[in-house]
Design a protein around this ligand. Structure first.
Ligand code: ATP
Length: 900
């Protein structure tokens, strides 16, 4: 296989030959061999952080540095065992953090792989979809509007193809492409019309090309040294929590210095006081918070993926929970996108069409009488246009009929067969020689065929009825071309409205005869002065689950909005049926928005819920106005022109099935099932995650504050500190973190979608949390000190202090473990939500409890930790005291419940 610099100097056949391939692509075995030889077609993602770097980052954390200082001080004052324990705890903690961070990274990478770019290739003659990374030189790639070109290609076919090469050349006007051109001389990159470059975008038309270069050998590869991965930026919540940790950190250090000063004033040993202050700092600073948030957000991403929403950025997980309006496409998202033609209007008559789905079983009737193309000239013309101006494929196997391609077009193939036409025959007889592809701005599509009218050329057009009808000046009546009178035009428009009111998706059909194939094939020249033939109306049933999802949105304070390219009456009828709109004045046509000032737009979007005949620019206008009104807007899209609107939305959502590459690569969320209900599920998941984050923040803060209070009060009362440094370290860095993580994966309150969306600027430590933290930390302090003082009383201040400390230590741990159960819900008691319903929490508290037993009962360890075995009497006190915070938490819930 030869490799060239200048593929634009080769004809398609020469290129295929030199690459030892053919029009039907490479066989898979050869492709696999070439993949080994040439490597993956990708620009390497940023290398993962190496383990040593991660370890270094962990150990350079200020908190850890303080601990290392403490270890050194312990060593100097001859507490060698303490030094060892501190170091052991630091190491265990570092490894645990690295492990968890790694897991989160893996999860995110796996999800990102799910949204990795795909390419349509011919392998051994069959069209298959593969990861773009697996493309090799010689592969034949199919390109359609909206595709991102996956490698550098020599085009081998093209039809009206235009490519946006701005990512490569900076030129923002799309470039026309033509496979037939072969240059003899050197041509600059921006002018090579027979090549398509990796990462550029097909904005119009279609074609195919043979891969000539992949990976770093592509033009983009040569200029891009490394493309960084998405998802590594911090979300606002992560930033807020990092800031909170920092502020608390500083506050705590001030407190610790004060504690040390008071301790020394009270004539305690300064070195001992120094150690206590340090362990208190470690106890009180919630240094684990940002890490836990990242882990919980990434677990959330995984859960959303299971519910068919692939979230590409952590940020989106968080923003989803704050969504206040969802702007959704109609076709395929709110509806099933399974079209069936049920009515047609031609020759002044309305025909009914029976049958369901894509199966060609069914009849065309008029007044109950079956008719076919044999009886009706206009019906023959309509079914020909429907079948020929069509890119879909119909596959009938026994009872089952499926389509490949656009469902609207699939329905038309079925219709042609029902009317007695033959798709196969028509396509064989009247081959397509040129076309003007469909686009959602023009809302029309035209194809050219010869031999239809003897030696003449015909262009067939189908598209949005209001537009098509306005471009016709003749009409076909019983097979004869006549002038289009005003009454006939009125009647056609009336029928269109009538169909649309019954929620039917309407298309109109027209044609134009040309003496020869026109030179200039543009919409302005061709889609004019046409002969109007017919209208069809097709049903597209609403997705059954969407009605509930819309109702759920409304109770959750989220406004659902339909944005559609379809006709006003059709959109409105479906919107009313689904519960999006109540009255007719909630609908508006896209073109009305064009005339409005930004102020007027902001006013309009306050009460409109159905936007019809919308252009991609209108979508941007709508989402901009909504955002200016203070909304957090989710915006869906699928087409190549939707990218700006998707980008503009706070949450851009692309359709996984019908979406183009461009839409998918711009969006933050991809719906694998294109379903509106999935968006609502993702919003719910986003809310759950946020409320879980609040729960474990409250949990960790109340535990930490409790520990500070315990030590502080003891020092002020001039009794020995109830917890010595290594005990504080153990319970903070080891036993606390498991339940906190488990709280992060709590299932969520059942009524979470009955509340209005939260304000994205709301402080994470709101009034509710402040009250909870205050009550809980006081309860924890009371319980622990109670146990401690009972111990001191029983065993004496001097000799019995280790006994009392063991009681305080175990009370504190059990308090915190029990408290994690009350933290699970803000208003339901432990019993109402079920004690064992969060299995992860059960496991986490069990492990933490075991770790507590280990340091109390394992011989050498307990000595090192200064702990003693407890007898039944002491255990009784410990258990009794430990339930205090739990009871306080539950009483708090009841009081709040009464108040509300
Ligand atoms: P939504 O925006 O909700 O998905 P839509 O599918 O109607 O709705 P577009 O795909 O932009 O939006 O289509 C706009 C209009 O163009 C349609 O209402 C229809 O009248 C017309 N149209 C759609 N598909 C075709 C097609 N394949 N050929 C010709 N006209 C079409």
């Amino acid at each position: 296989m030869e490799k060239f610099e200048n593929w634009y100097n080769q004809s398609p056949d020469e290129a295929l030959q030199k690459l030892e391939t053919s029009n039907s692509g490479l066989p898979s075995e050869i492709a696999n061999k070439r993949l080994e030889k040439y490597g993956k077609n990708e620009l390497k993602k940023e290398e993962k952080k190496p383990f040593i770097q991660k370890l270094k980052d962990q150990l350079l954390d200020p908190m850890i540095l303080i601990l290392i200082a403490a270890a050194i001080v312990s060593f100097v004052i001859g507490e060698g065992v303490d030094t060892l324990i501190i170091i052991a705890i630091v190491v265990v903690n570092a490894f645990l953090s690295i492990y968890q961070e790694g897991k989160a990274e893996e999860a995110i990478a796996a999800l990102q792989k799910m949204s990795s770019p795909k390419a349509k290739v011919l392998r051994g003659g069959e069209q298959v979809e593969i990861d773009s990374a697996d493309l090799v030189p010689g592969d034949v790639v199919i390109l359609e509007t909206g595709d991102v070109v996956p490698a550098d290609l020599r085009l081998i076919s093209s039809s009206n193809m235009q490519i946006d090469e701005s990512s490569l050349t900076g030129e923002s006007v799309p470039v026309e492409k033509d496979y037939k051109i072969k240059y003899d001389d050197k041509v600059e990159i921006g002018d090579r019309e027979n090549l398509a470059y990796s990462s550029t975008i097909v904005t119009y038309g279609r074609g195919s090309g043979v891969v000539v270069e992949t990976g770093y050998n592509t033009e983009i590869g040569k200029i891009a040294t490394s493309i960084s991965t998405v998802g590594d930026e911090q979300t606002p919540l992560q930033k807020k929590l990092a800031k909170l940790s920092k502020t608390l950190g500083i506050l705590v250090i001030v407190i610790c210095i004060a504690v040390m000063a008071v301790g020394i004033l009270y004539k305690n040993d300064p070195l001992e006081m120094f150690m206590t202050a340090i362990s208190l700092a470690v106890a009180a600073v919630p240094e684990g918070l940002p890490a836990i948030v990242t882990i919980v957000l990434s677990i959330g991403m995984g859960k959303m993926a299971q519910r068919n929403a692939i979230v590409k950025k952590l940020l989106a997980v968080e923003t989803l929970g704050t969504t206040t309006v969802i702007c959704s496409d109609k076709t395929g998202t709110l509806t099933q996108n399974e079209m069936t033609v049920t009515r047609a209007f031609t020759d002044g008559k309305v025909f009914e069409v029976s049958g369901t789905g894509y199966s060609p079983k069914g009849d065309v009737t008029i007044d109950g009488q079956k008719v076919s193309i044999e009886d009706e000239n206009n019906l023959r013309m309509l079914s020909s246009i429907a079948a020929l101006t069509n890119d879909a494929k119909l596959k009938v196997e026994g009872e089952d009929a499926t389509i490949a391609g656009d469902p609207t077009e699939g329905a038309l193939l079925t219709f042609t067969e029902k009317a007695g036409g033959s798709i196969v025959e028509l396509n064989k007889q009247f081959e397509r020689i040129e076309e003007i592809p469909f686009d959602s701005d023009r809302k029309m599509m035209t194809t050219f065929h010869d031999k239809f009218f003897d030696e003449k050329i015909v262009s067939f057009t189908k598209g949005a009825p209001d537009i098509v009808i306005s471009k016709c000046d003749k009409i076909l009546i019983d097979g004869e071309i006549k002038d289009f009178t005003d009454e006939e035009r009125e009647l056609a428009l009336e029928k269109n409205t009538e169909f649309a009111r019954s929620a039917l998706r309407c298309l109109a059909y027209a044609f134009r005869i040309h003496e020869t194939l026109p030179e200039n094939i543009s919409s302005e020249k061709i889609e004019n002065e046409m002969v109007f033939v017919a209208l069809t109306g097709m049903i597209d049933p609403a997705r059954p689950e969407v009605r509930d999802a819309i109702a759920e949105c409304k109770t959750a304070g989220i406004k659902p909005i339909m944005i559609t390219g379809d006709y006003l009456e059709t959109g409105l009828a479906i919107a009313k049926d689904l519960g999006i709109a109540k009255s007719d004045d909630e609908a508006i046509m896209g073109r009305e928005l064009n005339e409005m000032t930004p102020e007027e737009l902001r006013e309009v979007v306050k009460h409109k819920t159905v936007y019809t005949r919308v252009s991609p620019e209108n979508k941007v206008q709508i989402v901009t106005a909504l955002k200016e009104n203070g909304h957090i807007a989710a915006m869906t899209g699928d087409g190549v022109n939707d990218a700006p609107a998707i980008k503009k939305g706070d949450i851009g959502i692309a359709m996984g099935i019908t979406g183009t590459d461009v839409a998918k690569s711009t969006a933050e969320v991809i719906l694998t099932d294109d379903n509106f209900a999935t968006i609502v599920n993702a919003v719910e998941e986003g809310r759950i995650i946020y409320s879980n984050i609040k729960k474990f923040v409250a949990y960790l803060l109340s535990c930490n504050l409790g520990e500070v209070l315990i030590v502080l009060i003891a020092i002020l009362l001039d009794v020995p500190v109830p917890l010595i440094p290594i005990q504080l370290l153990w319970l903070n860095l080891v036993t606390d973190s498991f339940p906190a993580l488990a709280l992060g994966v709590e299932q969520g309150e059942a009524d979470i979608m009955n509340e209005p969306p939260r304000d994205p600027n709301e402080a994470i430590i709101d009034k509710e949390i402040r009250i909870t933290v205050a009550i809980q930390s006081i309860a924890i302090t009371v319980a622990t000190l109670l146990s401690y003082f009972v111990g001191l009383k029983w065993y004496g201040m001097e000799s019995g202090v280790n006994h009392a400390r063991t009681m305080a230590f175990s009370t504190l741990i059990i308090c915190e473990l029990l408290r994690s159960y009350t933290s699970r819900s803000i208003d339901k008691t432990v019993f109402e939500i079920g004690v064992f319903t969060n299995k992860k929490l059960v496991l986490a508290t069990f492990v933490s409890f075991l770790l507590m037993l280990v340091v109390i009962y394992v011989p050498v360890l307990n000595e090192a930790f200064g702990l003693m075995n407890l007898g039944p009497k002491e255990i009784g006190v410990v258990l009794g005291a430990s339930v205090i915070p739990l009871v306080a938490g539950e009483i708090q819930k009841k009081i709040r419940f009464r108040k509300n």
